[in-house]
Design a protein around this ligand. Sequence first.
Ligand code: ADP
Ligand code: ZN
Ligand code: MG
Length: 462
Amino acid sequence: MSATALAENVLAKYEPVIGLEVHVQLATKTKIFCSCAVEFGAPPNTLVCPVCLGLPGALPVLSRQAVELAISAALALRCHINPFSRFARKNYFYPDLPKGYQISQYDQPLAEHGAVNILTPSGHKRIGVTRVHMEDDAGKSIHDGFKDSDRYTYVDLNRSGTPLIEIVSEPDMRSPDEAYSYLTEIKQMMQYLGVSDCDMEKGQLRCDANVSVRLRGAPKFGTKAEVKNLNSFRFLKMALEYEIERQVELIESGGKVVQETRLYNVETGKTVGMRSKEQAHDYRYFPEPDLVPLRVSEHWLHEIQSRLPELPAGRRERFVRQYGLREYDAEVLTLTRATGDYFETAAKVSGDGKTTANWVIGDLMGLLKAAGIDIAQSPIPAAHLGELVALIGKGELSGKLAKEILPRMFETGDSPSAIMDREGLRQISDTASLEKIIADVLAANPKQVEQLRAAKQPCSAS
Ligand code: ADP
Ligand code: ZN
Ligand code: MG
């Protein structure tokens, strides 16, 4: 069995059911319950204080900025924000969890009943969001050494107390591709909002995938397995594909899926059992006695709502409406906020959204990709691209010539007109000046003109 795309005969008989639990690190300057800085890559254990070290008697104070970012995220996920929510202790032992518990939310989360729209080959699909809750992150264990006699684990508590939200979905996804789209949508949304940079390499976006399979048409869901800590989009998809095949093979050979937590091994491309339901943690949740409940007033909620920027889905629709773009093009142009901003600036200058979209998606993105540059750092300012498109529109530049000029704009950062002037590339479309040039050429070459006139057959342009 390999982690390749799912076989069609498998999917004809069985239907995968997927629900994701996504952790997003909030882009606050400080930690959630203390004023230590949140910073990636600082020397170990330099960003700590009694609170995030879990020292006895140290008291947590909730960060207002963390709450506002969490509410922004929950609003964008179309959740109902509970006016009253509560923190809870989730007790477990781990060397990088100095308090001996995580402060999370349990029976009274910040927000519930939301939804995310994803685009599937058969159209839009709604994926339910069960809840969004806030919690603190643990520290990091760093394992070092290869030989048994020389193996150490170090603990870095800089990450301890970093603010997170957990977004729990309903089991609404039916394929690894849908899970991929859902996670993409969330990442994009969080980045647009400024809620998180969602840099997966820095652990700012993490995903646990719950997956089960059932015979098509079966009324009930099958038993699920949870694949923990998927830290890239590719691994999410590969782990799900592997896991679906594993479960189907197990059932087909007369076995039964057991509810368990599994880990995806990047090297082998397989998931392996980590702990079964019997071994599952009993977290002994109880309300956090050191924090007052969180109250979100109508007024505060409206204030946060009024500051929300346009979200990718809304922008996509607007691009289709306002510029007459194809849905696919609108999607590409809204993948990041910077791409959308670039397109809109260029379109404003060119006055032709559709053609501008083609140039951004085609030639410009090609050049950027080849050079490994992000569009926000494009050597061609958006206004220059808009000018290029405008020049084509006015007939001052042919499409063919424009394609030659664009790489020069990319290399030099110059405007298209500057390059055309410098290199004598101006296309002359006004008849009067063209006629004058023709007359001059004819006057300067009387012999050839004579020959032409004498020829029996008129010359045809080739
Ligand atoms: P648990 O109690 O094991 O944490 P939850 O009901 O809280 O389970 O669900 C956790 C996640 O698993 C959610 O994202 C949910 O959508 C998903 N999930 C629940 N049941 C199934 C299932 N049968 N198949 C796939 N995913 C599921
Ligand atoms: Zn601290
Ligand atoms: Mg759960």
